[in-house]
Design a protein around this ligand. Structure first.
Ligand code: 5GP
Length: 189
């Protein structure tokens, strides 16, 4: 998606530790017209499959998923990061190591909001090592719903997540894939 790549080139900042900061339009301040274009693009890429619900993870995925959901006309549900897993059988749970915060989150999602008859599209902001996406895939697996694919805004193609998850047979559509990055260069695939 050329508009997104241009924006990353203009406003993205590469930080030590392979972190790309996009706080001015995606992760802190949010550019709504850009998110609308992103939502349209996800809809066009996944127009061939039935989607009944969009799944994401708090916090950064929520805004993206909500705007995308307007084009699919479906509800959004997000996995919550929780301090303690309540094993009451009413929630799906997964452990997700965080790339940016260097800790492991327990995430939970109520069984009420993900049903075996659902067709799920997962949406998230970044794909790096794939831990967040694998956790969400695990939650979909627990629910018995059909996973139609994952829509990612920015994939860091030089990290292993995209390759691993595609090799699991999951359809991953990333709107911008970064081949390599350093403080003074950003190369897209
Ligand atoms: P993964 O689990 O694939 O290693 O990392 C994905 C999650 O970590 C995303 O949900 C995102 O919040 C965060 N993340 C990973 N890499 C980056 C990055 O370069 N920049 C930002 N802003 N977030 C990242």
């Amino acid at each position: 998606m050329e508009l997104l790549k241009e924006r990353i080139r203009k406003d993205g900042v590469v930080k030590p530790g392979n972190i790309l900061k996009v706080d001015s339009f995606l992760n802190h301040q949010i550019d709504i017209p850009l998110l609308q274009k992103i939502g349209e693009e996800f809809k066009s890429r996944f127009s061939d499959v039935p989607v009944t619900r969009i799944l994401t993870i708090e916090a950064s995925g929520i805004a993206i998923a909500c705007i995308a959901a307007q084009y699919f006309n479906v509800p959004v549900v997000f996995a919550k990061k929780s301090q303690s897993i309540n094993l009451d059988g009413e929630s799906y749970t997964a452990k997700i190591p965080s790339f940016t915060h260097k800790k492991v989150y327990d995430v939970i999602l109520s069984r009420k909001y993900l049903l075996p008859e659902d067709h799920i599209l997962i949406i998230d902001d970044f794909l790096a090592n794939g831990c967040a996406l694998k956790g969400l895939i695990e939650i979909v697996r627990q629910s018995g719903a059909v996973l139609e694919g994952a829509g990612i805004v920015i994939e860091k193609g030089f990290q292993s997540g995209g390759k691993e998850i595609r090799s699991m047979g999951v359809r991953v559509e990333s709107l911008a894939i970064i081949e390599s990055m350093s403080p003074d260069s950003l190369v897209f695939r």
